[in-house]
Design a protein around this ligand. Structure first.
Ligand code: ZN
Length: 463
């Protein structure tokens, strides 16, 4: 006689219709888990959700959080969950734990600074102070809840549920989650990398699944692969050097900075570019770069390549050092990699102020540039950019490498699905805006005729 099985309920509390705030809530019987616990970023109305959106469970009742990777939009809400009573565990891979710690400390610092600024204004208006979303002490409490596992290793939660991590090729330590629950297999893709990432292994692909939750960030795009990043970088460095100028590369701290350093090191050792001094001016970028030495099983760099990430690069920590880089050797060509990736803030602004007005120099954009950011203005060829209230004329050259991305494009996503032997009972598309998710849905339906659902925020799906 078959037992009556309890339903498995799935609810998207973020990253549905948007690409941030990833939180997938799975409930079966008394067992409640979250896959990722990310912060909403992006527009003001999206960010507001971090404060006003209610959770459909009490954090103290949650059995566990499973983390696909350390990016803020997947981990950044954890301290709030802890503040509200969640006592763990948080399951993650070792690099994800370390990246999460770097990212959460930075996030708490930003929250505290923002609250301080708001409160100075409120005090002048005679209003009561507001509290930051979380503080450093909440981050410390969060980090104490982590439990680390290897990829491919089964981990049991409760007696109804077990899961394992598979490498997803997105950033160091990133994973897809294969979860077994009451005889059903549910795969959460997490963020998926390109088919052949530069410094990571290829994403592991699912062979069998009853249900799939897949990201769709670039469900309607194809990366520009006409020129290899290696070749593109070689050309830009050589052109800039011939003009006697310097190269400024605004870069994300996680993954992109390390990819660029690896490419530059290889180009220098092959003598394809001159051995210019390379500076990494991003405190977070430096911390993450050091993790590549600690977690060697999680990337595909050789021992020599991995060592040269920190050995052949000047790692700039303090702001005093930034000023030295700007002052010293002022007329000598150099390569500066600095945060932030879209030039919205960070140390790169100091370099832009000093160097963007000289036609000898080049600004090289190596990642996605969201609308309205300085990076986007530069990529459109705008004549001036504004930094801290002052206008700066752009005389430097601006170049772009379009093929570097930590995310799968449409072709990569279709490739990721193509190893499935049988049709899943349902395929949910999350982590994508409406247009990419709908485009990918059509593409999958046309090719496989599988039932595809574009995830709706807060709707309860019964599996
Ligand atoms: Zn990510």
């Amino acid at each position: 006689m078959a037992n009556q099985q309890p339903p498995i309920r799935l609810q998207f509390l973020g990253a549905a219709g948007v690409v941030t705030g990833s939180k997938s809530f799975l409930q079966v019987d008394d067992c409640k888990i979250l896959i990722d616990c990310g912060l909403f970023q992006g527009s003001k109305s999206e960010r507001k959700l971090n404060k006003v959106k209610q959770l459909p469970f009490s954090p103290a009742d949650l059995n566990a959080v499973i983390l696909t990777h350390g990016h803020l939009d997947h981990s950044g809400y954890l301290p709030v969950l802890v503040k509200k009573g969640f006592a763990g565990p948080v399951y993650a891979t070792a690099p994800s734990r370390d990246i999460t710690e770097i990212i959460l400390k930075d996030s708490a610092h930003i929250q505290e600074e923002d609250a301080k600024e708001i409160n100075e204004r409120r005090a002048r208006a005679g209003k009561k102070p507001v509290k930051p979303l979380y503080r450093q002490k909440h981050v410390s409490r969060t980090m104490a809840l982590f439990e680390i596992f290897q990829d491919e290793e089964w981990i049991s939660i409760d007696d109804v549920l077990r899961f394992r991590f598979h490498k997803s090729g997105h950033i160091l330590g990133s994973a897809t989650i294969e979860l077994e629950c009451l005889g059903q297999t549910i795969v959460f893709s997490g963020d998926i990398g390109q088919q052949a990432p530069l410094i990571l292994d290829s994403p592991a692909r699912p062979r069998a699944a009853d249900y799939i939750v897949m990201e769709s960030t670039y469900g309607d795009k194809l990366h520009d692969t006409s020129v290899s990043p290696y070749q593109a970088l070689q050309e830009v460095v050589n052109e800039t050097f011939e003009k006697g100028g310097s190269l400024i590369i605004p870069s994300f701290a996680v993954e992109r900075a390390q990819e660029i350093i690896m490419l530059l090191n290889n180009l220098i050792s092959e003598k394809s570019i001159p051995a210019l001094p390379v500076y990494l001016d991003s405190p977070m970028g430096t911390d993450v770069t050091e993790l590549f030495q600690k977690h060697k099983a999680w990337h595909n760099l050789s021992e020599a390549e991995s060592n040269s990430l920190t050995e052949n690069v000047h790692l700039v920590r303090s702001f005093e050092e930034t000023l030295q880089v700007l002052d010293e050797n002022g007329h000598r060509s150099k390569i500066i990699i600095a945060g932030s990736g879209m030039a919205t803030g960070g140390r790169v602004l100091h370099y832009l102020k000093h160097l963007v007005g000289d036609e000898k120099n080049t600004v090289l954009l190596v990642g996605y540039q969201a609308r309205g950011t300085r990076g986007s203005q530069l990529s459109k060829g705008e004549a001036t950019i504004e930094i801290e209230g002052e206008n700066y004329t752009v005389r430097a050259g601006v170049s772009q490498i379009g093929s570097l991305s930590a995310h799968a494009d449409q072709e990569d996503l279709m490739w990721w699905l193509s190893s499935l032997r049988d049709a899943p009972k349902a395929l949910f598309l999350n982590h994508g805006e409406e247009e990419p998710a709908e485009t990918l849905k059509k593409k999958i339906e046309e090719k496989y005729n599988w039932p595809v659902t574009v995830a709706e925020m807060d709707k309860v799906y019964e599996l």
